[in-house]
Design a protein around this ligand. Structure first.
Ligand code: GLP
Length: 241
């Protein structure tokens, strides 16, 4: 793993965005893996600004998101499809038909998971995958105990993750407990992985991922096995290293 420690969240976002800009400018039809959560929002803003400035074009890019809540349609404001449209896709020159998010409203989720894997394979695999990290070390929605070779599948969210993400839902709003997520094996197949983390509340997870043992108890520790993983963190997230 390459560990890049920067001053603050703004620097982390800019550094992460540069990796995607370089990748797309090297290969216009890159296949990129995208993530949700609050951490990548600043990176997406950076990409939007640089797309507007014509420093990068997404016209030939294909994207695959890591995960989606099971039980929400793409029109639901808390769905990850909606989030991606709002935070990135609606503001850049990407062809929406080339953007993929696991279908939270799939009639047969198990078939949908297999189809999602097949689509990634048909696209030639992922060139660069963006990741955040949960406080419990999850990547995508691969919660602790996830198989380190797992593929896209339905996962139950842990109580900790449901509580962490409750801030996005209104008090009386239905919050899904299930998700469809790329597996750890799917993520490890990406040719490059870029994980961003900022803030002191991620310091324990970062320490476990970087310095702890390779273990399903910390799904992100699987990145220790990836030959091209870049971990971009701020001083606060790095404070326990
Ligand atoms: C969710 C997503 C993850 C993300 C995590 C951390 O659980 N499924 O992909 O990394 O949240 O989110 P945040 O960046 O808001 O801390």
């Amino acid at each position: 793993m390459q560990i890049v420690i920067l001053k603050d969240a703004a620097e982390v976002a800019h550094y992460g965005a540069q990796i995607f800009v370089d990748q797309i400018n090297k290969k216009a039809d890159s296949v990129i893996g995208l993530a949700t959560g609050s951490t990548p929002v600043a990176l997406y803003q950076d990409l939007i600004a640089r797309n507007a400035a014509k420093e990068v074009s997404f016209a030939a890019v294909t994207s695959f998101n890591l995960d989606e809540y099971l039980g929400l349609t793409g029109e639901h404001p808390q769905s990850y499809r909606y989030f991606m449209n709002e935070q990135l896709f609606n503001h850049v020159d990407i062809d929406k038909s080339n953007t993929h998010v696991p279908p939270g409203d799939a009639k047969n989720p198990l078939t949908a998971c297999k189809e999602y894997e097949a689509k990634i394979e048909a696209a030639g695999g992922i060139d660069v995958q963006l990741l955040g990290i949960g406080r419990n070390g999850h990547i995508g929605f691969n919660e602790p105990s996830s198989g380190l070779t797992s593929r896209t599948r339905v996962k139950t969210l842990t109580k900790a993750t449901i509580e962490d993400n409750a801030r996005f839902f209104a008090a009386d709003e239905y919050q899904p407990h299930l998700s469809i997520t790329m597996g750890i094996g799917t993520i490890l197949d990406s040719r490059k992985v870029v994980l961003l983390a900022t803030g002191a509340n991620k310091a324990d997870a970062i320490q476990a991922m970087v310095e702890g043992p390779l273990t399903a108890a910390c799904p992100a520790s699987a990145l220790q096995m990836h030959r091209n993983a870049v971990i971009v963190i701020d001083d606060a997230a790095a404070s326990k290293l």
